[in-house]
Design a binder for this molecule. Structure first.
Ligand code: HEM
Length: 407
């Protein structure tokens, strides 16, 4: 196995160094093999095995994966050229909203103002007002109920048994806080299938990525579920109040489609992963002063650093780039597909001392790249960051209160 991984790395390096139609075709073959293995063995195992054999940077998934903190942080901070990639996946662009943020390049590099316009629309209409909603009793109740369920399933809880509850909580919380919407049980079940199913014919994400996406004729079920979700979003209190202006000229339907894809892919999948880690990976002997919000937030941030919910940020390089792979320097031409890998960079021991230790008191915790920003460079920082941090903090507090009461 190790030999095959090293061989695949060497071949993909060679192909990426010599871009042409033929090498692009062969790289697609490597993408298919790697993406299937990445999904079957889990991202942590796929990336960890390569890191162990080849170091922080390597070739996989038909691209160069950068796990070296300094280079990943540089890519995240700079203006970015994007193409239709999400995380590990190559996407079918016409199955996405044309305003889908992750595919839009920055103005400085091959883009126009489409990214900043769409980002500004969702920030102003949805995200800015949302933080106050995290304080509502309904939002707190949702997390409190999840903490109660988790508490009755062991310490740490058995994730297989509470997976359904985590997914329902994430959906209800995000719909409530971002859109002030309260989906019916039937709508929640439909959204759960659409966002979290691993079946290509019913998953919003997998129905739009290669190589698993069904043909256009076989999209009926996913289209039916998307209609239910769109209807909920378009008629939510927040979107109903939206009126297009000169500055934000997306129609209400365009905004709703963009929001559906952003909430499903960026919002719910990332948040589910964060909550799962908070429920099971925070050492239970770690003392937390639940009245100290900063201390609680540090635990959430350390959890996100140690078990990054989002990994690959895909960008096209603007200059020839030199990368050290397996102790050798390799040059890649301008235009190569790179993934700044947050999960690996957050565990780079040149930046985070004893990276595998869970230590919320580390002094450079804010240097972690978990929400796609570094220092003051926040052009593509996750707009859901403050909501996700609040959701995680409130769940942690609810959980700790249950544990204290039962002792
Ligand atoms: C309330 C839940 C969340 C919502 C609504 C949300 C929404 C979004 C949106 C709309 C984007 C695209 C921004 C852009 O391209 O300008 C984004 C990007 C991102 N989000 Fe979140 N997010 C949420 C939770 C999370 C969590 C829990 C994490 C991980 C700790 C996370 C990490 C990221 C990262 C790394 C990106 C950059 C992706 C890329 O550029 O390829 N998000 N998020």
């Amino acid at each position: 196995m190790s030999l095959l991984i090293c061989l695949s790395n060497r071949l993909q390096i060679l192909l990426l160094q010599h871009p042409c139609a033929l090498t692009a075709m062969i790289l697609r073959f490597f993408y298919v093999v790697d993406v299937l293995s990445y999904s079957i063995v889990t991202p942590q195992k796929f990336l960890g095995k390569r890191q162990q054999l080849l170091g922080q940077n390597f070739a996989a998934l038909g691209r160069i994966i950068i796990g070296e903190y300094s280079l990943a942080a540089k890519f995240i901070a700079e203006p970015q050229q994007r193409e239709p990639y999400i995380g590990r996946f190559r996407c079918i662009p016409n199955r996405f909203s044309k305003h889908f943020l992750l595919f839009l390049s920055d103005k400085e590099v091959k883009g126009d103002n489409a990214h900043s316009k769409a980002r500004s629309a969702i920030l102003n209409v949805v995200f800015k007002p949302a933080f106050d909603n995290t304080e509502s009793p309904e939002a707190k109740d949702l997390l409190d109920q999840l903490a109660t369920i988790a508490h009755t399933h062991g310490n740490p809880p058995d994730l297989d048994e509470i997976s359904d509850d985590i997914q329902r909580t994430v959906i209800q919380y995000i719909m409530l806080v971002l859109l002030e919407a309260k989906p019916s049980p039937h709508q929640i079940s439909s959204l759960k299938t659409l966002f979290f199913s691993s079946k290509p014919r019913e998953s919003l994400l997998i129905s739009k990525v290669k190589p698993l996406a069904p043909s256009a004729k076989r999209l009926k079920e996913v289209e039916r579920l998307e209609e239910i979700a769109l209807n909920l979003i378009e008629n939510s209190p927040v979107v109903s109040r939206y009126k297009p202006t000169n500055e934000h000229d997306l129609s209400r339907t365009e905004l709703s489609t963009l929001l559906l894809q952003a909430i499903a892919i960026a919002g719910c999948l990332g948040s589910e992963s964060l909550l799962r880690s908070l429920l099971t990976k925070v050492p239970h002997d770690l003392e937390i002063d639940v009245d100290n919000r900063l201390e609680v937030l540090r635990v959430v941030l350390e959890t996100a650093r140690r078990h990054s919910p989002v990994n690959n940020i895909n960008i096209i390089t603007q200059t020839e780039t030199e990368v050290t792979i397996n102790d050798r320097k390799r040059k890649f031409p301008k235009g190569t597909l790179f993934s700044a890998n947050i999960g690996l960079a957050n565990l780079d021991d040149t930046v985070f001392k004893n990276p595998l230790d869970f230590n919320p008191h580390r002094d450079n915790l804010l240097a972690a790249l978990s929400f796609n920003s570094v220092g003051e460079a926040k052009r593509r920082e996750c707009p859901g960051r403050s909501i996700a941090e609040k959701m995680g903090s409130d769940l942690l507090v609810a959980l700790r209160c249950k544990t204290v009461k039962s002792h």
